[in-house]
Design a protein around this ligand. Structure first.
Ligand code: ZN
Length: 234
């Protein structure tokens, strides 16, 4: 095999690795976003329940105040009732007191409903808090794994780039230029084997004369169909 072909094959191997490492590194920010999102969504769920809890607490407070103001009114009416000497006024005040007592009953029913609701919300909030803690723990772990993966990839990329640099030493600049252009335009396959007259890059047949030249390994041979550099694998 032609010395240049051997060198180009090694170079292509490093270039393919470089391409792969770069592609993997490009997915890192997206993966990081995905991991961050785990916590964001759980935090959002927790905050929503916490807000519902606050709303219920406000409603409970309001009902307490409503009931208290009616109790205060009843106390005032009872004093008035005690002081009056008119029978019809006594009766009228009695009706007012009765009306307030009914309202207090209704308020207390609502308070019981809210207390039950509040208990359910508390339990949901505890659950959401657990999930948030779990997601936070998990995402910290995933981020640490991702960072490790990233630094490993970066190190391998640097190694492959250094090896690539070495491999280009002493290579004919024109050949290197041809190879590089093909590597970019042919999806990372610039130099391919020819098997039974078929190019393994484009899967098209080449003339016997050309395949013979590739087998002889005396010069650089290009596929007649796709232009890739061919070497004999037979
Ligand atoms: Zn071809």
């Amino acid at each position: 095999m032609l010395k240049e072909i051997e060198q180009l094959l090694l170079l292509q191997d490093r270039d393919q690795k470089i391409k792969m490492f770069k592609a993997e590194l490009e997915t890192v920010p997206l993966e990081q976003q995905r991991i961050d999102q785990l916590v964001v969504s759980k935090n959002h769920a927790f905050e929503q329940i916490r807000q519902r809890n606050r709303d219920v607490e406000v409603q409970k407070k309001k009902l307490e105040l409503d009931a208290q103001s009616r109790r205060d009114s009843i106390a005032k009416y009872k004093t008035q009732q005690f002081q009056t000497r008119k029978n019809d006024e006594f009766q009228a005040i009695g009706q007012e007191i009765h009306r307030f007592e009914k309202e207090i009953e209704q308020i207390e029913d609502k308070e019981i409903e809210l207390m039950e609701l509040s208990e359910r919300i508390q339990s949901e909030m505890g659950h959401a808090d657990q999930e948030l803690k779990e997601a936070t723990r998990q995402s910290a772990q995933l981020l640490a794994d991702l960072k490790r993966k990233q630094s490993t990839l970066e190190e391998r990329l640097r190694e492959a780039q250094a090896e690539r640099e070495q491999l280009t030493q002493g290579l004919d600049p024109d050949l290197l230029f041809q190879y590089s252009r093909l590597f970019t335009s042919k999806g990372g396959n610039a130099i391919v084997p020819v098997e039974h007259e078929f190019c393994k890059g484009c899967h098209m047949k080449n003339t016997s004369a050309l395949v013979h030249r590739a087998k002889m390994g005396l010069d650089i041979v290009h596929c007649e169909q796709c232009g890739r550099i061919l070497y004999s694998a037979d």
